[in-house]
Design a protein around this ligand. Sequence first.
Ligand SMILES: [Zn+2]
Length: 228
Amino acid sequence: MTDSSAVLGQERAAVADSCRRLGAAGLLIGTAGNVSVRVEGLVAITATGAVLAELTPDQVTVVDLDGKLVDGTLEPTSELDLHLGVYRRYGTGAVVHTHAPMATALSCVLDELPCIHYQLLSVGGTVRVAPYATFGTPELAESVIAALDGRSAALMANHGALTHAQTLEKAVEHALLVEWACGVYQHAAALGPPRVLDEQQQLAVIEAAIARNYGTTHPVPPAQEGTP
Ligand SMILES: [Zn+2]
């Protein structure tokens, strides 16, 4: 091992951990999907052809924002331009793309996943389905980047899902949330047309979340003197 092999060492390990986590949750199947994290002008991204649920840090390649190889022995994913495009457009910190079963199923039918549950507001509410284009093409990157406008998640027609966030942990959480919501939608739609949260209901959730600092733990306040 040379010194240069340590470029983004921690981030490569984090990408491998995330892939194994998403693989264990059933979102990454075989070699399908890709994950990356950005640190300033460098991106650690999964290699093409790697089995993601068993990914090791040496199967994560480092490139710059133009896609030029900086470190690593394996070619980056064929969706490299999609990841780089998301970083360039949204200045985000991590990107997760999966062919997760529930999200992919809905992407074959819907034009958008409506806001059927308030948790979807953490990715921006309604999740758009980006029109289909061949994998690895600039047309697909353009389509998905447009669908992400104002959102942290998009479905990709007849293909899968993509989420992004400032941190890798958050991008992974978004991917798990979207897959869960797609499953809920499918179960609900089998029973009847799912109700959708209207704009006012969505706004009330955002206000309540801000007021209560939703999504974080809160220590119980210390017992006041004299309180049993
Ligand atoms: Zn894909």
